[in-house]
Ligand binder design. Structure first.
Ligand code: UDP
Length: 195
């Protein structure tokens, strides 16, 4: 049996990772594929927190570009992450995993609020905690939330699953001359999940 390299991890999933080949929203098959990968790691006994983005539904910057108030648009973006978190938690349940959503914005009829101690208890109980609504503050992104929650829960590593495989000098989809400034995520991942 493989011995996991990490006991507790924070996985950052971008909203766009949920779209699959769709132009918008959540692709059920893509979501099921992500959940299967999460399950294979959870089955090793790794405690998993997930911060999920909202870019597949709404981004504050795009909203403000159309003339919206930036903070209002950012709150809409955070609500988009709550929708993704609910979809992910539902897919986790369907795969037989126990997921809990905690939101940085209070909408208690829908999901429970973020409470650090409770999140850590869930992780210790083997539940997967999906952190929704980013940091709860406009002008931030869910990448910041991933670093923040990762530090708060004492994750040994923050793993980012996104559409690009590393950090580039420019958007590699728009600029063909963009070059990678880091080893690709797939290179970094291989061999580090287990040891
Ligand atoms: N957002 C925010 N504060 C946060 C996290 C997110 O205002 O702490 C808003 C922001 O508008 C952002 C949107 O939520 O554009 C969706 O998050 P993000 O762009 O990080 O999603 P991803 O790119 O990971 O899909």
């Amino acid at each position: 049996m493989a011995v996991p390299a990490y006991k507790r991890i924070l996985l950052k999933l971008s909203g766009e990772a949920l779209m699959g080949s769709d132009a918008y929203g959540i692709n059920r098959d893509t979501l099921a594929g992500i959940v299967a990968e999460i399950k294979s790691v959870a089955d090793l006994g790794v405690e998993i927190g997930v911060v999920i983005g909202g870019g597949n539904i709404f981004r504050g910057l795009a909203g403000s570009a159309t003339g919206m108030d930036r903070a209002t648009a950012d709150y809409m973006g955070m609500l988009a992450t709550v929708m993704n978190a609910m979809a992910l938690s539902d897919a986790l349940r369907q795969a037989g995993l126990n997921g809990r959503v905690q939101s940085a914005l209070n909408i208690e009829q829908v999901v429970e609020p973020y409470i650090r101690g409770k999140a850590i208890r869930y992780l210790e109980e083997g539940k997967i905690v999906v952190f929704a609504a980013g940091t709860g503050n406009p002008f931030f992104t869910t990448d910041t939330a991933a670093a923040l929650r990762g530090a708060e829960i004492g994750a040994e590593i923050v793993i980012k699953a996104t559409k690009v495989d590393g950090v580039y000098t420019a958007d590699p989809k728009k600029d063909p001359s963009a070059s990678a400034t880091t080893a690709s995520a797939s290179t970094r991942r291989s061999g580090r999940t287990c040891r």
